[in-house]
Design a protein around this ligand. Structure first.
Ligand SMILES: [Zn+2]
Length: 428
């Protein structure tokens, strides 16, 4: 009887699988539509506007998991079939611009930043919507809605620079694998071999870190060799400016160790012909620093002694939407979390809706919040302090990769595994 039920279940799952693939083939071609758009505004308001549309030759994202139920990030891109109104694709993401909006500077200045998302290439006219999460109530509201006709002559179909692409690891069809792309930043023409060696070293440290250890076969790893004129990166606070491929630098928002780049266009230009679910920008310097924003990019330095951990930490932000669990370091943000609501990140809670977080991972009889004593110290709990605040936000374990480079806590581990499932097109 049991065999019959499981055979029946397998038949149902197989047919669902077929239905999902049919949905992709009905609505999309296996290419990408790249949408570059400006986000402009200040601390009080923001607006979005299209900058360019491009048809690009590769779609390495899922073909079954077309709509994103994670509810992560500050923005969503949604595609609706114009004729039926049906939601046919969605994906959440963060931007550096939204972090800038919570800085002191954004109270006095208005700026515009370039952002970019890639979606599967539609077969018929779609309504493309970019929505933003309103921190006042955590709900998404449309910022921009526009029709996109895939046959339009206003979609750029040109080739871009054919950079050297190295397969560090290839495990199979990009739609069924997580495609992680390393980009070279601050490596001169003479330093390209070092870049490939660095990318290999980082790949090994990723797969030495649980829970990635058990899922190596779900990843393809690529390295794109970009040539910079100068070695290193900008250190604007010390008057150092380098001519590099992706225009990165320290002192983002005035914080010395915060290494980022606002140049999303150059990043997307670099991955135009490679399957890409996640980007890691490898910066050829040894100074401590890095950054990572969910489904945007992560960045870190090649030669700092802590760099292997920084890499895995920053990838935690960009790949799995994890929050920082620390609460004592200097950051430039103000009121980053609204304590009246549950944050969207899977590894912190305000206890407003803890049931939606890691409650099922707690040992039985764990008090909520959990006192940091010998009974609970090295187990899953709900410990006060996290997300840059020592009060009002709680983390899942005393120590974690997202706090101080300890092993990932159970909540973070589960979030990473779910994202691997989503991007390798398994049920999630
Ligand atoms: Zn954690």
């Amino acid at each position: 009887m049991r065999t019959k039920i499981s055979l029946f279940l397998i038949a149902v799952l197989c047919s669902l699988n077929g239905v999902a693939q049919k949905a992709f083939n009905k609505h999309f071609e296996k290419k990408s539509l790249r949408i570059d758009f400006a986000l402009s505004g200040n601390s009080a308001f923001q607006a979005a506007a299209i900058q360019q549309l491009r048809q690009e030759p590769v779609w390495g994202g899922p073909v079954k998991n077309l709509t994103d139920r994670f509810n992560y990030g500050g923005y969503y891109v949604n595609l609706y079939d114009k004729a039926s109104g049906e939601l046919i694709y969605s994906r959440g993401f963060n931007t550096l611009f939204e972090e800038w909006r919570s800085t002191e500077q954004a109270k006095n200045e208005t700026q515009a930043w370039t952002n970019s998302v890639s979606v599967p290439y539609p077969k018929r006219t779609v309504v493309m919507e970019i929505s933003a999460r309103d921190k006042a109530d955590m709900q998404f509201r449309p910022l921009l809605r526009t029709d996109i006709d895939p046959t339009s002559i206003f979609i750029d179909r040109g080739q871009l620079k054919d950079n050297k692409i190295t397969r560090i690891q290839y495990e199979g069809d990009p739609s069924e694998k997580v495609d992680l792309v390393f980009l070279a930043e601050g490596y001169t023409a003479a330093e390209q071999e070092k870049f490939i060696a660095d990318a290999r070293k980082f790949t090994e440290s990723l797969f030495d870190t649980p829970p990635y250890t058990s899922r190596r076969k779900d990843f393809n790893i690529w390295a794109v060799s970009l040539i910079s004129e100068d070695t290193g990166t900008d250190v604007s606070g010390k008057g150092v400016y380098k001519n590099t491929a992706l225009n990165s630098g320290y002192y983002t928002f005035g914080v010395d160790r915060y290494l980022t780049t606002p140049d999303m266009k150059s990043i997307r230009d670099a991955v135009w012909n490679v399957p890409c679910d996640a980007v890691f920008i490898l910066v050829n310097t040894d100074t401590y620093g890095g950054g990572g924003m969910y489904n945007f990019y992560a960045i870190g330095t090649a030669d700092n002694e802590q760099t292997q951990h920084i890499f895995v930490h920053e990838l935690g932000h960009s790949f799995a939407g994890l929050a920082d669990e620390y609460f004592s370091s200097e950051v430039a943000y103000q009121d980053f979390y609204n304590l009246k609501y549950e944050p969207w990140e899977p590894n912190i809670t305000t206890l407003v809706d803890f049931d939606s977080k890691w409650k099922d991972l707690l040992p039985t009889n764990t008090p909520i919040p959990t006192p940091l004593n010998n009974t609970h110290k090295d187990k899953a709990g709900v410990f006060e302090g996290g997300g840059y605040l020592s009060k009002g936000i709680y983390r899942p374990m005393d120590h974690c990769m997202m706090r101080d480079y300890a092993p990932f806590c159970p909540a973070c581990s589960r979030a990473i595994l779910r994202m691997i499932d989503f991007l390798s097109d398994k049920p999630y």
